[in-house]
Design a protein around this ligand. Structure first.
Ligand code: NAD
Length: 500
């Protein structure tokens, strides 16, 4: 039986030294102490390993003021290529601190070290470099004008793209630093300053990242980090009158509340919310690839991916074979400490999340779903959930409708393409969808008709920095990544020049 609890003696010196420090907020380039703090618990054991600062509304106000003065000061007057170079240096520094940052992230979240290394550090560095390039490429338009009520003379028109201003960013724990960088990098490229609130469970990687940004030459006050709860710190940030844009990733329920809170002062809002993404295997699916892909579409990151393939729809001619193949993989997954290289699945983030996942599994059982594998809680102090497959599900069952955000797959069969489409679209969410087929007509037909922001063919959860990633329906509004994200952090100014 693999070890379930983390062995903290295996952490590197840099992560240990960082964890031993007192963690304040990061405001104006300095550590800012708060009146209150809270405990951080290791999800593998429930043991407290550090404390984090709990920011009040007054602390958030100090962070917004620091961001505003950096915008009016050194950052606002830097040339685009200077911003670009600083972001490139930050990407290098992040890679140099890979082990330290990945270990901190793994300890807070329970995510596998390979995942925090690859995604929160590797992908973040890659994305920072991509976005750095946009700093020098933001351009406006020019036009010769013909305004009917100004008949004399010649006129020219120009547009400028200005930074939208101070950005308030709020992010979840499931890819904590990775998503924080999805928010920070386009803001920097556009010339904005930022106040970021990480999830309460995973505050440390963003604080460390902000220190590295200073070393990279990004001036004090450009990136500010306020840690604490959503109920106090998060709300104070969204409602702050001097924030120009709110960019949020998290649950649909909180996103809805944020949209209401931000509307009061007409803040621009980008909301990346929950998902219940379908994986659809047609009768001609390449099964040797599609079966493992369907399994890992839900089990990777312990099911805690916004675009996890949490609903599996399979043509009835291959249904039994696919379910057995996915169940076989589920049974073989090594569960254990996320610091251990041999582990394939660690704990979910908290005991509260573990309890919620099991409640949703129980609801499914009571409604008639069949448990093929998993389903029973793993006893112990860690918040582990076994890979679980529920079959014979209907669209109205609770675990089919609700985002579970854990390693739980629901599966059903279909007879026709039309039925597959209706099952896939019968959801309040519309984040991603993957289809597995080599039939070109079917690919085009389904791609056009699936109601989701990202459609993947013979691959799942393929997020490239150059493509926008955003949800349809209750999965959000706006998009992260790509040119779309950087333009969302700008406001347009039109200027008319009447030649005398
Ligand atoms: P959550 O909505 O509970 O919390 C997200 C963040 O919002 C946290 O920092 C939290 O402290 C803060 N918050 C909570 N209430 C708030 C309020 N009233 N005002 C301001 N801030 C508040 O989500 P979570 O449990 O941390 O993350 C899981 C969710 O995130 C899932 O629904 C998942 O699908 C979603 N997610 C979406 C994407 C995407 O790109 N669409 C990516 C990753 C995760």
């Amino acid at each position: 039986m693999p070890r379930l609890e983390n062995d903290l003696t295996t952490l590197g010196d840099a992560a240990r030294a960082y964890l031993d420090r007192t963690h304040g907020l990061h405001i104006g380039g300095n550590v800012h102490d708060t009146a209150r703090s809270y405990e951080l618990k290791d999800p593998t054991s429930g043991l407290v390993f550090a404390r984090a600062a709990d920011a009040s509304a007054a602390d958030v106000d100090a962070a917004v003021k620091a961001a505003r003065s950096a915008l009016a000061g050194p950052w606002g007057s830097m040339r685009p290529n200077e911003r670009e170079l600083a972001m490139l240096r930050l990407a290098d520094l992040l890679e140099r601190h890979e082990t330290e940052i990945a270990e901190i992230e793994t300890l807070c979240s329970g995510r596998l070290l390979a995942n925090t290394r690859g995604v929160d550090v590797g992908y973040s560095a890659h994305f920072l470099r991509y976005m750095a390039g946009w700093s020098t490429k933001l351009a406006g338009q020019t036009a010769r004008l013909s305004i009917p009520y100004i008949p004399d003379g010649e006129m020219a028109g120009f547009t400028f793209r200005e930074p939208i201003g101070v950005v308030g960013a709020i992010v979840p724990w499931n890819v904590a630093l990775g998503i924080a960088v999805w928010k920070i990098a386009p803001a920097l490229a556009a010339g904005c300053t930022i106040v970021l609130k990480p999830a309460a469970q995973t505050p440390l990687s963003a604080l460390r990242f902000a220190e590295l940004a200073l070393k990279a030459g990004i001036p004090e006050g450009v990136i500010n980090i306020v840690t604490g709860s959503g109920a106090e710190t998060g709300i104070a940030l969204v409602r702050h009158p001097d924030i120009n844009m709110v960019t949020f990733t998290g649950s649909t329920a909180v996103g809805r509340q944020i949209a209401v809170d931000a509307a009061g002062s007409f803040k621009r809002c980008s909301l990346e919310l929950g998902g219940k993404s379908p994986v659809i295997l047609f009768q001609d699916a390449p099964l040797e690839r599609a079966i493992p892909a369907a399994a890992w579409a839900i089990f990777s990151n312990h099911g805690q991916n916004c675009c996890a393939g949490s609903r599996l729809y399979v043509h009835r001619s291959i249904y039994e074979q696919v379910i057995e193949g996915v169940a076989e993989i589920a049974r073989s997954i090594t569960i254990g400490s996320p610091l251990d290289k041999a582990t394939q699945m660690g704990p979910v983030v908290t005991q509260a999340q573990q309890k919620r996942i099991h409640e949703l599994i129980e609801a499914g059982k009571a409604e008639g779903a069949r448990v093929v594998v998993g389903g029973e809680p793993i006893e112990g102090p860690g918040s582990y959930v076994p890979p679980t497959v529920l079959t014979d599900v209907r669209a109205d069952m609770t675990p089919v409708r609700e985002e579970i955000f854990g390693p739980v797959l629901v599966a059903a069969s279909f007879a026709t393409d039309g039925e597959a489409l209706s099952l896939a679209n019968a959801s309040e969410y519309g984040l991603g969808a993957s289809i597995w087929t080599n039939d070109l007509d079917r690919v085009h037909h389904m791609t056009r008709r699936l109601e989701a922001g990202s459609i993947w063919v013979n691959v799942h959860n393929a997020l490239d920095v150059a493509l926008p990633f955003g949800g349809w329906k209750n999965s959000g509004m706006g998009a992260d990544l790509s040119e779309t994200a950087v333009l969302a952090h700008t406001k347009v100014k039109a200027a008319v020049h009447h030649y005398l």
